[in-house]
Design a binder for this molecule. Sequence first.
Ligand code: ZN
Length: 173
Amino acid sequence: MQDGLPGCPDCSAAAAPGNSVPGTGGVNLVQDKWKNPTGGKVRGCDTEYGCGNYGASRGSRKHDGSDYESVPGQEIVSPVNGEIIRGSNPYKNDPSYNGVFIRSAEGKSVWVWYLSPDKGIIGSKVQEGDRIGTAQDLTTKYPAKNGNPAITNHIHVRIKDGKTSLNPENLIP
Ligand SMILES: [Zn+2]
């Protein structure tokens, strides 16, 4: 899943040296409040493109995650203490949109989408609030339509604890 990150096949090897188990060495294992990756609020509803809250309708599916409003090019920070395991692209057939998969220090799976990861970030340990990349522009994929505005730019955050999907809004202020 390093589609958007050429040169990444060595990621796991690069991560290996000094790769202590997360949670040792002063890493905060239990994290009550996470960091907002953009500093923005949860996206409301766009007429053409649905709502940004967790569980919002996506036709037959539900929105598995929460959208935090962003400005294209802005700095995006890690919402949690952990390790950036790999790149993660939201769309199988559109490599122009990217993101990262983070394993939190307490073992949760965290996907952060619609950002260009910083060079060399894959395989590195991060603390909440550390810069991990820059926000992408979603309005080229979801433009103004039928006289309604383009999608509100955002960063999508999805969190799972094992197989259980969690509401990011309960964790991220
Ligand atoms: Zn979303």
